[in-house]
Design a binder for this molecule. Structure first.
Ligand code: URA
Length: 239
């Protein structure tokens, strides 16, 4: 080995020895390797965990859901309606469950209520691509009946994981069903709406369901007040 290289090697080895000695003096008895992001454990759904965990992706949740047969709703569905929109949305809208059109297309809120929802988003200066839209249950309840408790129990963990994956600035709960399920509060939506609540540390605003607004246009005024609060909160969270 050439003299110069030998000297450099000895110097580096000496520095390494004193570094190891220093670490030993500090009480470090094991040197860890910095894990690659994909090796980190998944973050809990409550958003805790900081940098020591990684959020699950929507694709991973969709894969885990698969051709779900976890509840009886699976038997009657044409398509499972997972959710649509941006994985980094600042606003997530949660409805009740797919209706006839949604069941056929596999996309949430594409029927008449969905067209009103699009107009509500437009009034807020938002488009479908910027937000994320999903439901409490992912398969159509027959005849559009309310989802039953075991059906909600089977499906709600996936909604919780979707919300944890996105961690939006605001959740908008559309209607009694979404608001009561997410908040675990059986107060009527007329009482819940318009008041900020929290879901897993995320601000949640309950408001009327667009299908209700189609039947009760007079309630649109109150819904607009709720949407204005959401717009303000989103603006505030920008700065
Ligand atoms: N109503 C809902 O609650 N969700 C949909 O996706 C469609 C209608």
């Amino acid at each position: 080995m050439p003299q110069k290289l030998y000297r450099e090697w000895r110097e580096a080895a000496g520095q390494m020895r004193s570094l190891l000695q220093e670490l030993q003096d500090l009480g470090v008895d094991e040197l860890g390797r910095v894990p690659r992001p994909e090796e980190l454990p998944l973050c809990p759904v409550d958003g805790s965990g900081g940098d020591l965990c990684r959020p699950e992706t929507l694709e991973e949740i969709r894969t885990d859901l698969g051709e779900c047969q976890r509840c009886p709703l699976a038997r009657g569905r044409t398509r499972l309606v997972f959710g649509c929109g941006s994985a980094t949305a600042r606003l997530v809208l949660v409805g009740e469950g797919p209706g006839r059109e949604e069941d056929l297309q596999g996309i949430p809120f594409v029927g008449e209520a969905g067209r009103l929802l699009d107009r509500m988003l437009f009034a807020m200066g938002l488009s479908r691509d910027e937000v994320y839209i999903c439901n409490v249950v992912k398969c159509r309840p027959p005849g559009n009946r309310d989802p039953a408790p075991p059906e909600i129990a089977a499906c709600e963990p996936f909604l919780a994981r979707q919300l944890a994956a996105i961690r939006p600035r605001v959740i908008l709960a559309l209607g009694r069903f979404a608001a009561q399920t997410l908040l675990q509060d059986d107060a009527p939506v007329s009482r819940l709406r318009g008041h900020w609540r929290s879901y897993q540390g995320l601000p949640l605003m309950p408001t009327y369901h667009p299908a209700f607004l189609l039947r009760n246009p007079a309630a649109k005024r109150e819904a607009w007040e709720d949407l204005k609060q959401v717009m303000l909160r989103l603006r505030q969270s920008d700065g």
